[in-house]
Structure formats: structure tokens, C-alpha cells
Write a protein that binds this ligand. Structure first.
Ligand code: DSN
Length: 419
């Protein structure tokens, strides 16, 4: 059998070098970006499999091209596993990623100009939740609610109710991309019901934690639609899923294809099917519980060292450090200082941030990838120590190299699956 790696090294040494570099970076450093993870070796295999060759427009049993005897089986498996895991009546597993996934939901139910109530970007919402720089923000009329002025990350549901009565949204959207709080789905549903709006929860960040029963499931509060990406806490291939009640199935499916997308990426759907099987196993439930324990340990260790966390702690897998308040550094400088010692985080805007998005006031950290590598609470405390040390006294020269080597040695004791 031809060794694909050797082939790549011969046919494109430059690209091969970049692949080796990225593998080395992932193995020697630690990924603390909360939306990332290290996927399963089987997912890497399926992503690189012959399923990538196949066009499969349509849905199982209703395709536009022939040769679907295996792709139909793959998609059926993924759909059935998603329904069981998230306890829902219908699953569309074709969205290519998170943004088209959310777009497909809006376009399934709403007309241009319709009103959607969604979380403000700086308070935790996503770009597709109505940021003016997203096409969705131009197409629909987003009213963006915020968390309470106390900066505790909670939503003021009286204020939300007032906004809903005033603006009569057709859709009430919750779910966040940078909030360390767990959503109160029942209260969102009560507000939406009062004004006759549909309910949608974007649980992209916490999809794996919900699947494992470690966090609340919006369907328990009677939500209409739930969206989640598959590559974050769920640990799968890049992609998205739209989960919904049976009555919405046809609208959702038509909106994804032919409304928004062409052929699904069947290699990705196959990898998702595998991911969903793994997510139903006891090991994954233990993993999700450890993700939360690690986030608590990291938060406590940072707070003990006087670090200011937005919302004062975490209820999920992520935390946001106000680096300006804690260290007098903007998020871009903090991200770079940590990158220099092999700790990868991302700069993050904070609620009503006075600074611009590329030079915001904070950084965002999360525990799913480190937990995948087997790190536990003691390791989080060690990481917290390094983070504070570096941000208090950003390192340069030989001093930086010494610390980087120490952190790399630590990381190398936790192998990256698939490398
Ligand atoms: N890029 C994702 C995140 O980091 O949260 C959301 O789009």
C-alpha cells in the first residue's frame, strides 16, 4: 500500500513541512482555546477517506445522484445517533459548519427584515447572532439583548420580556460563544411563548457537554430548534447539526438543501457519525465531567492569584480573563505573550468593551482540548501559575526560551491523539 505521507513529502515538500510543523506545534504546546479540541484518530481517518469523493445532494433515499448505497447508511447512522444523544425528533447533519448552520435556521422560518432577539456580541453572542458585520445582521432585524450591568453574566429576564413585548420578535435566540454562564432555557422559553416567538438555542460550544448530560438540554425546556457545531466540546470533525422538533423537520431540511448548500461533505458526515457514537459512551460522560472540573480548577487557581474573570468564574468549560484589569495588558499582547511560551489562547472582547476587536480587553480560555489530552485539576493549577507568571512579567530572550522549554516538556507528557 502506498504511504500517503511519503507521497505527500515527495509531491509537495513545502506543504508536508507545514503539516509537520502544525503537528509539532500541537504536540509541544497546549491548546486552551475553548472552541477547539483534538479529534479522534478514527475521525482523521474518515475525513481522509474515499467518502470525500462522493456527491450526495438530497437526503437518504432521496438523492439526486446514483451510487448512494453506502452514503445513505452513513447519513442514517449520523441522524439516528444525533436524535438519540440529544433526545430530539429530527436531526439534519449536513451543515458545513456553524455559520451556515445558523443561517439555514433563520432562512427556514423567517423573511428578510423579520425580528430576532439575540445576545449582543460583546456579551457572549456569536457573529451570526446579528452582528452588523455579518450578512445575517444585514438581512434580519436583530435586537440584541445584554447581560446585567452587574457584570455577572446573567440575563435580566424582566428586561428581555420588556424588549420582546416592544419588538415582537419571530425568533428568540439564546446560546453564546464567549459566556462562562449556563443558559436558563426555561426562562427564555417563557418570554418567547408570551409573544408567540419560536425558540432557538445555539449550543455550539457546549454541544459535547449537553450530549453527555453534563449541562442542560434546551429540548427539556421545550425549545423548537437547537444548533451545535461538532468540532468543539463534542470532539468531532468540523461541521454543524440542526436538531429540531418533528414539525420543523421539512422546513429545516429544505433550508439546508437545496436552500443554502449543495452536496454535503460525506467524509465529514461519516466522521460525525463516529463522533456521535463515541459521545454516547461512558468514557465520554467521564470526559465531559472532567472538562467542567478542570474549568473550575483553572478559574479558582486564577482567582486565587488575583486575576479578574468576567462574570467572576465559570459554569461551563470556558473563562474570560479581563487582562487590562488584571495585568494592564490588552488581549492581543496577552495572547502573544502566552503564544511565545506555547500556551495558546485567543484574544476576546469583554462586555461593552471600550477597546476594538483586534485589541480587546481580554482573553478566552477553555478546557476541552487539554482534558482530551488527559490533563486534570493539578495540571490546570500548574497552567494557571504559568499564565499569571507570564502575564505579570512577559518574557523575552533566553528567559522566554527557558520557560517555553519547561512548558513544552510538560505538554509532551500528554500525547495528542492522532499524532
Ligand atoms: N470561532 C468560534 C469560536 O471560537 O467560538 C465561533 O465561531
Amino acid at each position: 500500500m502506498v504511504d500517503a505521507r511519503e507521497l505527500l513529502a515527495q509531491s509537495d515538500p513545502q506543504l508536508h513541512g507545514l503539516l509537520l510543523g502544525e503537528e509539532r506545534r500541537q504536540a509541544r504546546g497546549v491548546e486552551l482555546i475553548p472552541s477547539e479540541n483534538y479529534t479522534y484518530p478514527e475521525v482523521l481517518l474518515l475525513l481522509g477517506s474515499v467518502f470525500t469523493n462522493k456527491y450526495a445532494e438530497g437526503y437518504p433515499g432521496r438523492r439526486y445522484y446514483g451510487g448512494q448505497e453506502f452514503t445513505d447508511g452513513v447519513e442514517e447512522l449520523a441522524r439516528a445517533r444525533a436524535r438519540e444523544l440529544f433526545r430530539c425528533e429530527h436531526a439534519n447533519v449536513q451543515p458545513l459548519s456553524g455559520s451556515p448552520m445558523n443561517q439555514a435556521v433563520y432562512l427556514a422560518f423567517l423573511d428578510p427584515g423579520d425580528t430576532i432577539l439575540a445576545m449582543d456580541l460583546s456579551h457572549g453572542g456569536h457573529l451570526t447572532h446579528g452582528s452588523p458585520v455579518s450578512h445575517m445582521g444585514r438581512l434580519f432585524h436583530f435586537i440584541r439583548y445584554k447581560t446585567r450591568p452587574e457584570r455577572d453574566g446573567r440575563v435580566d429576564f424582566e428586561e428581555l420580556r420588556r424588549l420582546a413585548r416592544e419588538t415582537r420578535p419571530r425568533l428568540v435566540l439564546c446560546g453564546t460563544t464567549s459566556s462562562p454562564r449556563e443558559d436558563d432555557y426555561a426562562s427564555f422559553k417563557a418570554v418567547a411563548d408570551e409573544v408567540g416567538a419560536l425558540t432557538m438555542a445555539d449550543i455550539s460550544h457546549i454541544g459535547g457537554l449537553v450530549a453527555a448530560g453534563a449541562m442542560r438540554n434546551p429540548f427539556d425546556a421545550g425549545f423548537d430548534v437547537v444548533t451545535t457545531t461538532s468540532h468543539k466540546s463534542l470532539r468531532g470533525p468540523r461541521g454543524g447539526m440542526i436538531l429540531c422538533r418533528r414539525e420543523h423537520a421539512e422546513r429545516i431540511d429544505k433550508s439546508v438543501f437545496p436552500g443554502l448548500q449543495g452536496g454535503p461533505h460525506m467524509n465529514q458526515v461519516a466522521a460525525l457519525a463516529l463522533t456521535l457514537r463515541k459521545a454516547g459512551e461512558p468514557d465520554f460522560r467521564a470526559y465531559a465531567a472532567q472538562v467542567l472540573l478542570n474549568a473550575q480548577a483553572l478559574a479558582e487557581a486564577l482567582l486565587d492569584r488575583g486575576v479578574e474573570l468576567v462574570t467572576g468564574g465559570t459554569e461551563n468549560h470556558m473563562l474570560v480573563i479581563d487582562t487590562v484589569a488584571s495585568f494592564g495588558l490588552d488581549g492581543r499582547v496577552a495572547e502573544r505573550a502566552l503564544d511565545d511560551v506555547a500556551i495558546t489562547v485567543n484574544k476576546q472582547i469583554t462586555p461593552d468593551d471600550p477597546n476594538p476587536p483586534l485589541r480587546p480587553s481580554g482573553i478566552r480560555l477553555g478546557t476541552p482540548p487539554a482534558t482530551t489530552r488527559g490533563m486534570k485539576q493539578d495540571d490546570m493549577r500548574r497552567l494557571a501559575g504559568w499564565i499569571v507568571e507570564v502575564l505579570r512579567h512577559p518574557r523575552t530572550g533566553a528567559d522566554q526560551q527557558r520557560l517555553r522549554a519547561e512548558i513544552e516538556d510538560f505538554c509532551l507528557t500528554f500525547p495528542v491523539p492522532g499524532i
